[in-house]
Structure formats: C-alpha cells, structure tokens
Design a protein around this ligand. Structure first.
Ligand SMILES: Cc1ncc(COP(=O)(O)O)c(C=O)c1O
Length: 384
C-alpha cells in the first residue's frame, strides 16, 4: 500500500507516537486533572508536557494559552464564534476550508456579522494591498489559512499579520496544513490566534488539535464554545474564567494528546527540524510534478513545482473519481478526489465542481513510491 492522503491525515505515525498512546492506555489510563490519585496526576503531567511543547512550537511563552480541542474545526469554531459579536466585519480568503467558511456563513445567516472573501492572485494568494482595501471601520478579524489544503499555496502571513496589527484587526490563522511544515512564531508573525490540528503534519493521532492564543492577548474577549466540567472550581455552577479551563470542558483526549506530544518530539528530533521536513516534501513534489508532466498524458497540476507536499492535479478526459478509484483498487495507492471541503478554492483555481486529485506527501514517502504512482497514472491515462 502506498499512502498519499497525508493532507487528510498522516499515516503511518512515528512509532513513538503509537507507543505513547498505547502506554497511556495501558499504564496510565486515568482522567487528567480530575482526581488527586497518582494516576490522574501522571495523566495531568503528560497533558501539561504536551501543552509546553505546543507553546514552544508556536513561539509562545505561556503553555496555559494552549487549549486542546478535538481538531482544527473545533478550534476554528471556538475562535470565530467566540470572538465575533453583532456588527463585526471579517476578512477571509477564497482558499478557505469549510471549517472557516461554514462558521462565518452561520454567523452571517444569523445576522451577526458580514464578511468579505478576498480572491488573491490566480493561486488565491493574498497581497497586503488587497487586505488594506478590504479593511472597514467594523473589521474585527482576518481569518485565513497558512497553507491551502487544495494547492499547497502559502499565504504571506507575516506581512498580512503586521498590517492587521497596525490597523487593529485581529488575526486567526488556520494552521491545519502548515503545522509541522512551516515554522510559525506567533509573536514575530503578528498572529493572535492559531488553530491547528494534531493528526496531519504534527503526526499525532486523530481527535487532537488546539487553539493557541498569543501571549498578552485578553482571552476574556473570547467566549467558550461549550461549558461543563473542568475538574476545577467544582463548587461553582459558572464556568471558570481562567486558562485553559475556560475553554476545556469535558474529558480531554489524553491518550491522543500523549501521542501528539511525541509527534512534536519526532519533528524536533529530525536533523534540521522543520527544514528537513520542507526539504523532503519539496524534493518529492518537484520530482512527482516533473515526472508526471513528462510521462502522464493530459496531466495538469494546480500546484507549484516548489511546494510543501500538497499537490492537486487532473488528467484531461478522466474524472477525478475514476483516477483515485483506479489508483486505490488496481495499484494500492491512496489519494483523495473532489473538492477537499474547500469549494471556493476550486472556483478560484477553475476546478469547480469536479475538483482535483490530491496527493499529500509525508516525511515517510519515498521517490520509489512516486515512481510507482507515475507508472500507475501513465497506465490509467493511456500513456504517451
Ligand atoms: C486548511 C484546513 N483547515 C481546516 C481543516 C480541518 O481539520 P480537522 O478535520 O482536523 O478539523 C483542514 C482539514 O483537512 C484543512 O485542510
């Protein structure tokens, strides 16, 4: 089996990740922060270690500003719905995933906000000038992804962040695709809130992710998405107002978080950290695109040759479902077809409503696997 669906979720996970999940399930087992017994304390320590690692990973001083969620979708819903109030205006881009678009649409339909969708260049990449033009007196938030899950295009986050900070506009960055690939320093990059998922480039288990709030940001401005048990202030019927309990109601996915912690260790242990990841993915991407262009009849890519391992493509005359189904059924190659939960992105790049085939490479993929994929695609496309 060749697994190229890493932009949906990465597979395989590093052995230290699966070992940590099994260790937690078999040797710890308890609910973190819910009791005074030693197993609960150990579970709490494992979660706190993970919090510290996530904080360092995003250039944050305070681990308490890391809120664990079950995925990027929950983090984005918390940030968007928690921050925005009646009359606010939001800026976003056409490249957004539905985990940004749908919460915005919900608030718009409920008559709470208005929002502007910026088109960017022909790859959906925004410019500072375009953002400046879109800022209105009521603009409170800009929410964009760091890296597109459709084309892999990367937004100029620091320039846009600096502009927004200077204009008093808050920034929410969707790092679902970029975390574990493109380094981010929330302070230097002028980002107020990062929403990430743990199961893609961070190599953690599914069901992990988080919302990270920059040091010094007044978190009282954000309402929690849910209220409930936190293991703290149990004599009170109101939600604790401190971090991270304000946003972490209900039992955490502690076994998953134990794995996520080791996923971050895995990335940090690579010879040059994220640079090694980037280099590997860029090499594979360039190799795949150049080889496929040469050998696969009708191959068209919507991604750059240089990129970080998210490659969309189509094959003229074939439906994307036919391509992915044949790759899976005849060649054991796993990939994804369709709109990848980002319909406006496909309108922007001209692949709506059919969508694209997407290969997402991980650090575990090899050139040999790409050779096999190109051979398979050549046969599916009829050769030339
Ligand atoms: C850009 C982007 N944002 C958000 C998400 C949502 O991530 P999750 O499914 O982990 O909530 C994804 C997942 O594919 C994504 O690619």
């Amino acid at each position: 089996m060749i697994y190229f669906d890493n932009s949906a979720t990465s597979y395989p996970k590093p052995s230290q990740v699966t070992d940590a999940v099994i260790y937690f399930m078999t040797k710890i087992g308890a609910n973190p922060g819910r009791a005074g017994h030693s197993q609960s304390v150990k579970a709490g320590e494992i979660v706190f270690e993970a919090r510290k690692k996530v904080a360092v990973f995003f250039g944050l001083k305070s681990p308490m500003n890391v809120i664990f969620t079950s995925n990027a979708t929950e983090a984005l819903n918390t940030a968007v719905k928690g921050l925005l109030i009646k009359g606010d205006h939001v800026i976003t881009s056409a490249m957004e995933h539905n985990s940004v678009m749908r919460p915005l649409k919900r608030l718009e339909e409920d008559g709470i906000i208005t929002f502007s969708v910026l088109e960017g260049d022909d790859r959906g990449v925004l410019s500072v000038e375009e953002v400046i033009k879109a800022i209105k007196p009521a603009t409170k938030v800009l929410v964009i992804n760091h890296m597109s899950n459709v084309t892999g295009a990367v937004q100029p986050v620091r320039e846009i962040g600096e502009l927004c900070r200077s204009k008093g506009v808050l920034t929410i960055l969707d790092c679902a695709q970029s975390a574990g690939i493109i380094p981010l320093d929330m302070c230097a990059d002028y980002i107020d809130i990062v929403c990430f998922t743990g199961h893609k480039g961070l190599y953690g288990p599914t069901g992990t992710g988080g919302m990270v709030i920059r040091d010094g940001f007044d978190f009282n401005r954000i309402r929690p998405l849910k209220e409930g048990g936190t293991g703290s202030l149990s004599d009170k019927t109101v939600q604790p107002a401190f971090m991270p309990d304000k946003f972490e109601s209900g039992t955490l996915n502690a076994a998953g978080i134990a794995g996520l912690s080791k996923g971050i260790d895995f990335l940090n242990s690579l010879p040059e950290g994220l640079k090694s990841v980037q280099l590997h993915k860029q090499t594979l991407q360039k190799y795949f695109i150049e080889k496929a262009k040469k050998h696969v009849k009708g191959f068209v890519t919507q991604s750059e040759t240089e990129g970080y391992g998210v490659v969309s493509f189509t094959i003229e005359g074939l439906s994307v479902s036919e391509v992915t189904m044949k790759l899976s059924d005849l060649y054991g190659i796993m990939s994804r077809q369709g709109l990848h939960c980002a319909p406006l992105a496909h309108r922007r790049i001209g692949t709506f409503p059919e969508g694209t085939v997407r290969f997402g490479f991980s650090v575990f993929n090899t050139r040999d696997e790409i050779d096999s994929a190109v051979k398979a695609l050549k046969e599916i496309a009829g050769g030339n």
